[in-house]
Design a protein. Structure first.
Length: 147
C-alpha cells in the first residue's frame, strides 16, 4: 500500500482539502490585539488605504485577505484536480507530468510558508509537499506492466 503512488496522492488530496478548510477559517477570525502597539497596527491595517494606482485604494487588510484566500484556493484547486485524475484513472505518463507540476508548485509554496509564516501553515504545506514527493517517487519506481 505504501508503495502505491495512488495512496500517497490520495493522502496529498486529504491534506490539501484540510489545509484549504483550516486556512479559510482564518478569513472569518478577527485577531485580538494584546497591547497598544498591536491595536494601533491592526487599526491602521483596517483603515489606512494605500493608493495602488488605477483608482484602486485598498487597505493592508484587503491585500492580506486576497493573499490568504489565494492559498486556500490553491489547495482546493490542487485537491480537486488530483482527485479528479485519480477517479478517472488517468494514464501514468499524464500523472507523472501532473505530479511533477504539483511537486514544483507545492514545493515552492512550502518554501514560502517555511520562510514567511508560522507553524500550522508550515506543517500543513509540508505534509502536502512530502505526500506529493512520495507519490511522484512511487510512480517513477513502479514498472509499467504493474500499472
Amino acid at each position: 500500500m505504501l508503495k502505491r503512488y495512488t495512496f500517497w496522492l490520495w493522502t496529498a488530496v486529504v491534506f490539501q482539502l484540510l489545509t484549504a478548510f483550516f486556512h479559510s477559517l482564518s478569513l472569518f477570525v478577527t485577531p485580538i490585539p494584546h497591547d497598544e502597539t498591536q491595536r494601533q497596527m491592526m487599526e491602521l491595517m483596517d483603515t489606512y488605504k494605500i493608493d495602488l494606482g488605477g483608482g484602486f485604494h485598498r487597505t493592508f487588510d484587503n491585500l492580506l485577505t486576497a493573499l490568504s484566500s489565494s492559498f486556500s484556493f490553491l489547495c482546493l484547486f490542487g485537491a480537486l484536480i488530483n482527485a479528479y485524475l485519480l477517479k478517472k484513472k488517468a494514464p501514468r505518463d499524464l500523472m507523472r507530468g501532473i505530479l511533477l507540476i504539483n511537486v514544483l508548485v507545492f514545493g515552492a509554496c512550502f518554501a514560502m510558508m517555511a520562510i514567511f509564516t508560522f507553524l500550522p501553515p508550515i506543517i500543513l504545506s509540508g505534509l502536502i509537499f512530502v505526500s506529493l514527493v512520495l507519490s511522484y517517487i512511487c510512480l517513477r519506481l513502479r514498472r509499467p506492466e504493474t500499472s
